[in-house]
Design a protein around this ligand. Sequence first.
Ligand code: FES
Ligand code: FES
Length: 152
Amino acid sequence: MEVSLTVNGQGVTREVDPRTTLVDLLRDHLSLTGTHVGCDTGQCGACTVHLDGRAVKACSVLAGQAEGAEVTTIEGLAPDGELHPMQAAFRECHGLQCGFCTPGMVMAAVDLVRRNPDPDEATIREQLEGNYCRCTGYHNIVRAVREAAGRM
Ligand code: FES
Ligand code: FES
């Protein structure tokens, strides 16, 4: 099947197997490897991207379901090479270690702050519970999101 969508502001069309997931379209067909695959079963959140402005787990969306949609990946958050405030806050607050979870965590956190501009710690922890991190213990991630919310 053919699928056409907008990715990071650019229109793209690709021929894909109907079983292709959105994350495989992004990584394998468009070389946007900033979006990671941790579990491939909708649990870890490493594959989180924005679909029409809302965070989704791209391993749980078929490429065909994104037909006509606007998708933003971690690459699209800093199109001119300048870090998005959420990325800058993760760096400054030491919200990452190995970085494997970080693209998905950042995309989920940006959506969270757009919907809730002044989230408290409990809200951040609850809303990011679909994004696993195996390094940081989450404390600095929460600090980073609070810091970025103030800047966004
Ligand atoms: Fe999609 Fe884990 S790879 S949720
Ligand atoms: Fe390593 Fe989160 S920084 S999994």
